[in-house]
Design a binder for this molecule. Structure first.
Ligand code: MG
Ligand code: MG
Length: 602
């Protein structure tokens, strides 16, 4: 399907926006009037630039407060519209967005609005253009697409149609099913935006918090399905007002936007069939969710401190890589590679995460189709080709075959000269927690959900000593693959960097902790006040709480089960956690996160 993006989605000058939209692969743009007004280029120069870039100018927007007004006011509307229609001719744009009246409406009457739109339609037709009427969620009288459609139907003019905007419909909780009752030819334009689940007035929600499809909570797949079944054949166009995207790199945001539509087209294609569409939604290579976390990689000039902590946690040194300056540590299915090859920073950091996927070739093809950037990796003969892509936060994402039950993954024999693993107390990697720069967060959610097929769980906020940490979990349905993304407050970034961590799973966290302490591990120091509170909250036996205090264990419980865990000290910007889940506990010990963050600040 054809794709388009409103210039208001992107940062920079109009010229920069057009270049970025074209480079990201959009077919066209919606020209946002303030972008044109502020531009030094003449309308003819803008049209020529768009042509040169291969972009169509699909929509001129917005034209406000046009209908539901007194006759005197409407004369002023006609004068304003005539000038805009002439301007559209100079730009070569054939459709103008007319949004429902917010400011000057004084007549709450469909007949009056329809008659005024009809006269506007006459004027538009004289100039060879047309108008697309949009019900704003905060329109004075018209705030529902079913009413804007009734008015367009009453206007009964070939130059008057509808503009549908997913935000205005879904933010109000209006059922989009009735879109299928609108003849496709009367839907002149379709604007798409996602949004997070917020309780906020619709205007502030819309102006500041719209997101690209796949980054929020709207069901855009079925929404677009209704529009396509109605017979709409125009572009899928993004209109996203967002405080972050207004200031992030224009090319990067444009690529993110384009990825969101590639993902959405695939979701829409799943939703139903459109036999009449000449240009049906495109498919992505199909994949299953990851079946597990294969490995994590800690990278530094010298990862020695990380090797020490892993040894204390009971990991076995399995050997050095044949051709790279890297070492492998394993314990059960938990695998950590310590890599001193080409470090970007001197201090240890979490540089890569390996995912176990059933069909790495299909997963890699899907990542490429979603415009993920490829990580180049030197691979020698007889070494496993592990496809890898760079996530928006810089993390390298590797896609490998699942290890056989009780065995090693296919790439493990590349590490030689280590020891055979013995009986293990750790069972695998429970979750990985990545720090997200604030400007990468939404893009990262889209990346991990669209490329890997992970499901987005509800977001949480965790207090630290220096600001709230926003936390978002992405996971597979089975829970075998859990990823937590954290947006750290700026104060953390400016200090030593917000730490990332890897949590290992065990069925006996007390023994793991005890043996680690015997090997010299110093667990993160948890204050006695925490244990007094724990005792009062959960009515735990005093001896059990004493053991927890002695070993630095933390505890949480909910209706489904409980969770006991401990943390190591931080090495560079990485620390490790060991967790034991009992029953069906599916969380991450969130009530303990503030205690952990405070301890790490000391
Ligand atoms: Mg809109
Ligand atoms: Mg954790």
């Amino acid at each position: 399907m054809r794709t388009s993006i409103a210039t208001v989605c992107l940062s920079g000058s109009l010229r920069e926006k057009l270049h970025a939209a074209a480079a990201a692969g959009f077919d066209g743009v919606e020209l946002f009037e303030p972008d044109l007004v502020a531009a030094p280029e003449t309308p003819e120069e803008v049209a020529a630039l768009a042509r040169r870039l291969g972009l169509s100018l699909d929509l001129y927007q917005p034209f406000r407060d046009a209908e539901g007004v007194s006759e005197a006011e409407f004369c002023r509307v006609l004068r304003r519209a005539r000038l805009k229609f002439v301007l559209m001719q100079r730009l070569g744009i054939d459709t103008m967005l007319v949004c429902s009246n917010v400011a000057t409406a004084s007549v709450d009457d469909d007949e009056v609005s329809a008659a005024q739109l009809r006269r506007l339609g006459d004027l538009a037709a004289e100039h060879g253009v047309r108008i697309a009427y949009e019900a704003l969620a905060w329109g004075r009288f018209v705030d529902d697409y079913r009413r804007s459609w009734r008015i367009v139907e009453l206007a009964d003019h070939e130059a008057v149609g509808l503009c549908l905007d997913s935000f205005h419909i879904l933010s109000r909780g209006h059922d989009p099913a009735a879109i299928e009752d609108v003849p496709g030819a009367k839907i002149f334009f379709l604007q798409l935006a996602d949004a997070p689940d917020l309780s906020l007035d619709v205007l502030s929600w819309s102006r500041h918090h719209r997101l690209f499809p796949g980054e929020g909570c709207f069901d855009l797949g079925s929404f677009v399905g209704h529009v396509l079944r109605a017979g709409y054949a125009g572009p899928l166009s993004l209109e996203v007002f967002n405080d972050v995207f207004r200031q992030t790199d224009v090319d990067r945001t444009a690529r993110q936007a384009r990825r969101s539509l590639t993902w959405l087209e695939d979701v829409v294609a799943d939703e139903g069939s459109w036999p009449s569409l000449a240009d049906p939604p495109a498919r992505l290579p199909e994949i299953a969710q990851p079946v597990g976390l294969d490995f994590v990689e800690v990278r530094a000039e010298d990862t020695g401190e990380a090797d020490v902590v892993l040894g204390q946690l009971g990991f076995t040194f399995r050997g050095r890589h044949r051709s790279k300056d890297a070492r492998l540590w394993t314990e059960g299915r938990a695998r950590v590679v310590c890599n001193e090859q080409q470090p970007r920073e001197p201090e240890p950091r979490l540089a890569a995460v390996g995912f176990e996927v059933e069909d790495p070739a299909a997963s890699a093809a899907r990542a490429r189709a979603l415009h993920a950037s490829v990580v180049f990796r030197r691979t020698l003969a007889q070494e496993q080709e592990l496809p890898a892509f760079r996530a928006p936060d810089g993390t390298e994402v590797f896609l490998g075959h699942p290890a056989t039950e009780g065995g090693d993954p296919r790439w493990a024999p590349e590490f030689q000269g280590g020891h055979e693993p013995g009986a293990s107390l750790l069972t695998g990697i429970d979750h990985v927690n990545l720090a997200e720069p604030w400007q990468c967060f939404d893009e990262a959610v889209l990346f991990y959900s669209s490329v890997l097929g992970l499901t987005v769980a509800a977001a949480q906020e965790v207090p630290s000593l220096r600001g709230l940490v926003r936390s978002q979990v992405l996971r597979s349905g089975s829970g075998a693959c859990r990823l937590a993304l954290n947006v750290a407050p700026l104060a953390w970034d400016q200090a030593s960097g917000y730490p990332q961590h890897v949590a290992f799973a065990t069925d006996d966290v007390v023994t793991v902790a005890r043996r680690a302490v015997e090997r010299g591990l110093v667990p993160l120091e948890i204050p006695q006040n925490y244990y007094e509170d724990l005792h009062s909250r959960f009515d735990l036996p005093a001896a059990e709480v004493e053991t927890m205090a002695e070993l630095g264990l933390l505890h949480d419980r909910d209706a489904t089960g409980d969770f006991t865990h401990f943390y190591t000290a931080t090495v560079g910007s990485v620390f490790f956690e060991v967790v034991q889940r009992r029953g069906a506990y599916d969380g991450f010990g969130a009530p303990n996160a503030a205690v952990r963050l405070a301890a790490q600040s000391r």
